[in-house]
Write a protein that binds this ligand. Structure first.
Ligand code: ADP
Ligand code: MG
Length: 448
């Protein structure tokens, strides 16, 4: 058992994962089991002890050396990583057979392991990369934390391989970050399937169904990946983006289940998605106050993403969820920053997407602002489909000629003025989320 206290002090809100069981020695202590998620409340004068809270909301003292903070899972730019391709496909890509030309693929025989394919003497050698105790190795002598480190090593030195790596075959169709499963494990994000009670289906997503469930006494939403072979990377990219985000108006990732079936576990949003919420309740139930609250909540989340230079790309009322307490939170980070509609074979949400993003694939916080304008329109029209009566194929043409939707009935002029600015054709003329948030907060103050 490690007896060293952590090097840096953890601030309030830090999430830690229990590495051991702790029974507690007095009523002051908070007992926990290995794998439990705890949130730090505050430090104490003794740096070995923190005050923390468990998922049931119970608070108490915990020993710092029994827990480990969660780590952000990052995406590595791995242009040489080709995902799940077969051995013959790899050999087809490795042409001409120049010594040291290489790529890495997922092992087809050993799920979870990888294969390094490298040319030498006119042939292709396939080395199995083993995944052992959170580390990767080919020869069980040199170990690496991720594929990137492994590649860097063998680019410098053959170190037992038939040749030193020289040049990668880069993946076509855009290379973007790849997520490695072991980072979820070492980062403290993996949940045991046994700890998860899966209940009724509550929604359908592009990659699979969403269920209601319970994880360690806490209500959760569980997104199941339908087709592991096709969606795994996009699915885990969504999860990896979520590991780096912490904001009250962003749906929080609780963890992932890896294995035969992959699940993404998030906080449960009892009132479902905003568009259905608006449609089902309508004018008779939803107040002006509710509307401005939804708008402000969403904008606060977007301001946070803007400050991190993260682009959402698919902001729409269907991707905003409503908590039991009425708070709105932005979800669906599957396409955030790293993803690509064309890559995932998904259709562009044309009515929500800025013209420059549709035309030139230019996604920025300014194109998110355009979508936010549409989202405002959805909120104030109680969930109507934007551009009613205009066929999908004609929307872009009308918009580029200057057509803009009218203010929904009863929409405050200040809100409509934000919409109009969000729909400026030139992205640089659109406001920032920061400035819009200030205006919405003012509007909220005068809304009764
Ligand atoms: P996709 O990424 O494929 O668009 P979503 O994340 O939007 O999938 O989920 C599809 C639907 O499932 C949502 O519209 C919503 O109704 C439901 N859902 C998703 N996540 C949650 C959650 N955390 N709490 C409650 N319902 C959810
Ligand atoms: Mg969605």
């Amino acid at each position: 058992m490690p007896m060293e206290p952590p090097n840096d002090q953890w601030h309030a809100g830090t999430e830690v994962i229990a590495q051991y069981n702790f029974q507690g020695r007095s009523a002051e202590d908070l007992p926990f089991s290995k794998g439990d998620l705890l949130v730090i409340r505050r430090a104490t004068s003794d740096r070995m002890w923190y005050r923390a809270c468990n998922t049931d909301g119970r608070e108490g003292m915990i020993p710092a050396n029994y827990v480990q903070p969660r780590k952000v899972v990052t995406l590595h730019a791995m242009p040489w990583f080709h995902g799940k391709i077969t051995r013959p496909q790899a050999e087809e890509l490795l042409k001409p057979r120049e010594d040291g030309l290489f790529l890495i693929r997922e092992s087809s025989n050993y799920p979870g392991d990888y294969t390094l394919c490298v040319c030498h003497g006119g042939k292709v050698e396939h080395y199995r990369i083993l995944y052992r105790d959170n580390q990767l190795t080919i020869d069980e002598e040199s170990f690496f934390r991720n594929l990137d480190e492994l590649v860097q090593h063998y680019l410098e030195d053959a170190d037992g391989l038939c040749t030193r790596l020289t040049r990668p075959v880069t993946k076509k169709g855009g290379t973007f970050g790849t997520v490695s499963l072991q980072e979820f494990k070492s980062g403290g994000w993996v949940i045991n399937r046994q700890d998860l009670d899966i209940g009724e289906a509550i929604g359908k997503g592009d990659f699979g169904d969403v269920y209601k469930g319970v994880y360690k006494g806490q209500p959760v939403a569980i997104k199941q990946l339908k087709d592991k072979d096709r969606g795994e990377q996009s699915f885990l990219q969504e999860a990896s983006v979520m590991t780096s985000l912490r904001h009250d108006n962003l749906v929080r990732l609780i963890g992932v289940v890896l294995g035969e079936t992959i699940y993404l576990v998030t906080e449960f949003m009892g009132k479902g998605n905003l568009v259905e919420y608006l449609r089902s309740r309508g004018r008779s139930v939803i107040t002006k106050k509710d509307q401005i609250n939804f708008a402000t909540d969403t904008c606060a989340a977007m301001e946070y993403l803007e400050s991190k230079s993260l682009v959402h790309r698919d902001l729409a009322a269907r991707n905003v969820l409503v908590h039991d307490d009425g708070k709105a939170k932005v979800s669906d980070f599957g396409l955030a920053k790293f993803g690509d509609f064309s890559q995932t074979g998904m259709k562009f949400p044309i009515k929500w997407t800025a013209p420059e993003a549709l035309r030139e694939n230019k996604f920025t916080s300014k194109s998110d602002m355009w979508s936010f304008g549409i989202l405002l329109w959805e909120i104030y029209s109680f969930g109507r489909v934007p551009y009613p009566r205009i066929p999908l194929t004609d929307v872009v043409m009308h918009v580029e000629r200057g057509y803009r939707m009218e203010a929904p009935e009863g929409c405050p002029p200040e809100i409509y003025s934000i919409m109009k600015q969000a729909w400026e054709l030139k992205p640089e003329e659109r406001p920032t989320f920061k400035s819009v948030l200030a205006r919405l907060n003012n509007q909220r103050a005068v809304t009764v």
